[in-house]
Ligand binder design. Structure first.
Ligand SMILES: Cc1cc2nc3c(=O)[nH]c(=O)nc-3n(C[C@H](O)[C@H](O)[C@H](O)COP(=O)(O)OP(=O)(O)OC[C@H]3O[C@@H](n4cnc5c(N)ncnc54)[C@H](O)[C@@H]3O)c2cc1C
Length: 494
């Protein structure tokens, strides 16, 4: 998330340095893709564009039936088999109209690194932050670099340093939550007997077993508590034991190519800001990674706080703007942790959970239930409480649709216009008064006059993170209040 946040800040010409302890991107199994709102975030910054614009083909009727049948079928129903399919607690859902981008996390990181370089972000690899102090004006970091230790001063520090965040610990922000109850492995490995088990996703007496062929990929999940020592090196033997316990076979692991061990502790920082220190991504929240919420949540954090941090650093806005980061994003984290705990509970082995799953699967055959859960899983439901919406319009706090806008120079999508990271005022009813009202903010807000067939309002003010800050039919005079609230006083009046 560090790279994403750095890009968000750099889009507004604010200098930023990324300190990363790893000398290069680490290729151990992590996220295998992003879905829903996370793909949209990428699209709105022009990231992973070639892949993201691959059209999503709705599943055929036969595929729909197979997805609906879920794990009752012995054949593999991995969601990747069908574009648009998702899983929740290894029960398959369908949301063909919501995009997915099935690429390893490392490719996203590579694309972000390229983007960061283009934006002039200084990325220092092999530099470990070992401590910091802060006062009212600055943060002072102790860094261990390839040429030895040094000090670095900055106005702000964003801890994007993962679930065991040193920044979070040193800032004294509490991290309450629940301990893990599972131990799992995700591995690319070779085994002596490729027929040891049917390929697919399977509920077992002790947990879950996933086996996919060529190249052989495994996920195991057992409900015997968290790993005894999460830092201990992972051995082929412990993974083999897990495979044997779940499959009931004597399979032998002959080679482990890549492997990760995981659990499901669910914790969230009490606040995402302490003075000049912010927390973003896993540093702010950890949870099980089933259904892949980690990157989506972290990317959502980064695009929420990036432009705010830049606005404060540029002197456009006061520091209180940064408090809306916690007030908007913390509740989303709470919801995600809830969903992830529910998902783990639904994967527990045993006849009681079997019964619960059967019941839930019946419900999920109903379109409405399926749509609601997939919207939750894909973060499509998110809206922010931006205070009383009545003066600023009914769409306030909601995510702006990716409207197709017709202008004299052609058609353009809102997502394409947002690639600059600037706010947009969409004038969809050719109201010259709006342009005049927004003119004093022209250094921060682009006014776009266009026609749109499915416009939800005559005019919308869209923040850089895609959320609506003002819309008609609110009184146009209230636009000035919204512009000031989110982007500061007009140029020259601060
Ligand atoms: C097995 C597995 C499968 C997963 N599957 C999915 C999935 O399918 N979908 C999904 O969305 N998510 C998944 N996740 C979760 C996802 O990988 C994380 O949510 C995501 O990596 C969080 O990004 P982050 O930048 O916040 O933290 P991290 O990726 O942990 O990055 C933190 C970075 O900070 C660096 N760092 C730490 N301390 C310091 C320091 N003191 N100084 C300098 N640098 C430091 C680290 O080297 C690291 O590069 C999975 C995770 C695992 C382990």
């Amino acid at each position: 998330m560090g790279l994403m946040l750095a890009c968000e800040v750099a889009l507004h010409d604010v200098p930023v340095v990324v300190l990363e302890r790893l000398p290069e991107i680490e290729w151990r199994p992590k996220a295998e893709g992003i879905t829903g709102r996370a793909v949209d975030i990428m699209d709105r910054r022009g990231l992973m564009v070639g892949v993201a614009e691959t059209p999503i083909t709705p599943p055929t009727a036969e595929q729909r039936a197979r997805i609906a049948a879920g794990e009752r079928r012995p054949d593999s129903l991995h969601p990747k088999a069908f574009p648009g399919a998702r899983h929740f607690a290894s029960m398959f859902l369908l949301r063909p109209e919501s995009p997915d981008l099935l690429v390893p996390q490392q490719l996203l990181e590579e694309d972000l690194a390229r983007h960061a370089e283009e934006l002039g972000v200084e990325v220092r690899r092999g530099h470990t932050v070992t401590g910091f102090t802060q006062d009212d004006d600055r943060v002072r970091l102790d860094v261990d670099g390839p040429d030895g230790p040094y000090r670095l001063e900055a106005e702000w520090l964003a801890g994007c340093d993962g679930g065991r965040s040193m920044v979070r610990k040193l800032s004294g922000i509490a991290f309450p939550g629940t301990d893990g109850i599972t131990t799992g492995y995700r591995a690319f490995a070779e085994i002596d007997d490729p027929d040891f088990h049917l390929p697919g996703w399977f509920r077992k007496d002790r947990g879950l077993l996933v086996y996919e062929e060529g190249p052989p990929r495994f996920i195991t999940l057992e409900f015997d508590g968290p790993p005894e020592n999460r830092d201990a090196p992972i051995t082929a033997e412990e993974f083999q034991e897990s495979l044997r316990r779940l499959s009931g076979t004597k399979v032998t692991v002959t080679e482990v190519k890549k492997i990760t061990r995981f659990t499901d502790n669910a914790r969230q920082a009490e606040t995402y800001r302490s003075g000049r220190v912010l927390l973003v991504g896993d540093a702010a929240h950890v949870h099980s990674h089933w259904s892949g919420p980690g990157l989506r949540l972290g990317l959502g954090d980064a695009v929420n706080v990036g432009w705010k941090l830049a606005a404060v650093a540029r002197g456009w806005c006061g520091e209180d703007l940064l408090d809306t980061y916690t007030s908007e994003r913390h509740p989303i984290g709470v919801q995600t942790l809830e969903i992830q705990r529910a998902s783990i509970a639904l994967m527990r082995p045993g006849p009681h959970v079997d019964a619960l799953r059967r019941l839930l699967k019946e419900l999920l055959l109903r379109d409405e239930a399926n749509r609601q859960l997939t919207a939750l899983v894909d973060d499509l439901h998110i809206s922010y409480d931006m205070g009383d919406p009545s003066p600023a319009g009914p769409l306030v706090g909601r995510y702006s649709p990716d409207l197709r806008l017709r202008r004299s120079d052609g058609t353009v999508r809102v997502a394409e216009l947002q690639r600059t990271g600037r706010a947009l005022l969409l004038d969809l009813a050719a109201d010259p008064g709006l342009r005049a009202l927004a003119e004093p903010w022209s250094d921060r807000v682009d006014v776009i006059t266009a026609d749109c067939d499915d416009a939800p309002a005559d005019a919308l003010l869209i923040r850089p993170d895609g959320f609506v800050a003002w819309s008609t039919p609110a009184d146009p005079a209230s636009l000035t209040g919204a512009l000031t609230r989110w982007f500061g006083p007009p140029a020259g009046t601060a």
